[in-house]
Design a protein around this ligand. Structure first.
Ligand code: MG
Length: 160
């Protein structure tokens, strides 16, 4: 079994919808980004790529490429899972922490777990998502943006 970690952060942008883990979260500012700004999808993608030592999302999808503008980040996650499969690897489980003062992530956790499980090829029981505040400290505390930390395990596709 192999372990990987992924981190992502984005600045809030009131003009965009908030998408986290492939789920639209209403009544909250979106995230500035070249893609759809889905920081959970980005951190999870980096965690599984990291576990397989296959680089990171920036190498797979350079943000200088217009083809990735506004792109659905769940598609990028699917492509990373497919990349792992080429190496004979599959995802075991993921654990995600979202650090933000707003919005509250808790009410959306069941939807996010179910949504992430599909591209990862695991059950929702293998996807953990938690939100926590930064206790008002620093840029997260001031509500300038949010950060996500994800850990993933990866193992042989033919293992049990
Ligand atoms: Mg990102």
């Amino acid at each position: 079994m192999r372990v990987g970690v992924g981190y992502d952060s984005h600045r809030f942008d009131d003009t965009r919808p908030l998408i986290l883990g492939g789920v639209h979260i209403p009544d909250a500012p979106g995230l500035a980004a070249h893609s759809d700004g889905d920081a959970i999808a980005h951190a999870v993608t980096d965690a599984i790529l990291g576990a397989a030592a296959l680089g990171d999302i920036g190498q797979l999808y350079p943000d200088t490429d217009p083809a990735h503008e506004g792109r659905d980040s769940i598609e990028m996650l699917e492509a990373a899972v497919a990349r792992l499969a080429e190496e004979g690897l599959r995802v075991g489980n993921v654990d995600v922490t979202v650090i933000t003062e707003r919005p509250k992530v808790g009410p959306h956790v069941p939807d996010i777990r179910a949504r992430l499980a599909e591209p990862l090829g695991v059950s929702a029981a293998s996807v953990s998502v938690n939100g926590k505040s930064n206790e008002g400290m620093g840029w997260i505390g001031r509500g300038e943006g949010l950060a996500v930390i994800a850990v993933a395990t990866v193992g042989p596709a033919d293992g049990d």
